[in-house]
Design a protein around this ligand. Structure first.
Ligand code: SAM
Length: 247
């Protein structure tokens, strides 16, 4: 199946907005990155990783700092994000390469080298459910035996009551973060005004296509993964992981 005809609706305006506001809007952002770094600790110290949709390279940087022998291929579809990532990661140039790609396309889904882990933060929710399923199958094929997949992403919350809880928790986290960083609520007011809280304002025509955690765990199992876990969850955002069996 070729996905080239599927539009990448992410724009450079969104990149700029996310670079400005990500620090407020991503719940427990630093904690999430450190948890992901910790989950990778049982890999070969010289592991080769691929990061899907690295953005401005914040997670890449944490992983390279915490694992001094890892090598990472960091992929993203935004030139502005990649420029910023390249700048941020310049001191790791021997262990890190940044490249343009389209997540929905299958043109990048065949590496000539073995991949020990694939990580992605806040990006796979831009694919529809069926495209996520194909992606999980392709990622399984790309990983070497024993390889690890770690996804941090925003979820579709299945029940109405659960959605309200997640929406309220997300508001609470952004409000607190606005105050902690700036001593005022301006970033939270922007979050509200722009309808960023997709647990409350999800528009089916929007670029966000979050899927329920239970569906995604089943798709991972169907793709052949084992050791499927939810490692962390807050405000309708989760880190979940899975491993390709050794044989
Ligand atoms: C919300 S940002 C997250 C960035 C980074 N992973 C983080 O957690 O800070 C989403 C990222 O996904 C990238 N992206 C979205 N759709 C994409 C696509 N179809 N192909 C490649 N990159 C895409 C954007 O360029 C952006 O960098």
């Amino acid at each position: 199946m070729n996905h080239h005809d599927i539009e990448n609706n992410w724009t450079e305006d969104l990149s700029r907005q996310f670079m400005d506001y990500g620090r407020y809007f991503v719940p427990e952002r630093e904690l999430q990155m450190h948890l992901i770094a910790g989950l990778l600790s049982d890999l070969d110290p010289k592991a080769f990783l691929v990061e899907l949709c690295c953005g401005e390279g914040l997670l890449t940087e944490v992983l390279l700092e915490n694992h001094p022998l890892f090598t990472i291929l960091a992929l993203d579809g935004s030139i502005e994000m990649l420029d910023k990532a390249q700048h941020r990661l310049s001191r790791f140039s021997k262990r890190c390469q940044c490249q343009l790609f389209d997540l929905a396309s299958d043109s990048w889904r065949g590496f000539k080298f073995s991949v020990d882990a694939i990580v992605s933060s806040l990006a796979i929710h831009h694919l529809t459910g069926p495209l996520k399923q194909v992606l999980f199958q392709d990622l399984y094929k790309l990983l070497s035996p024993g390889g690890l997949l770690i996804i941090a992403d925003v979820l579709e919350v299945a029940s109405m009551a659960g959605r309200k809880l997640a929406a309220d928790e997300w508001d609470r986290a952004v409000r607190q973060r606005s105050f902690d960083l700036d001593g005022n609520y301006k970033a939270f007011e922007f979050f509200e005004r722009e309808g960023w809280n997709m647990h409350r304002h999800l528009d089916p025509n929007d670029i966000d296509k979050p899927s329920p955690i239970f569906s995604q765990l089943k798709w991972l199992e169907n793709a052949g993964f084992i050791q499927i876990d939810v490692n962390w969850l807050l405000a309708g955002h989760a880190i979940f992981s899975a491993r390709k069996p050794l044989d």
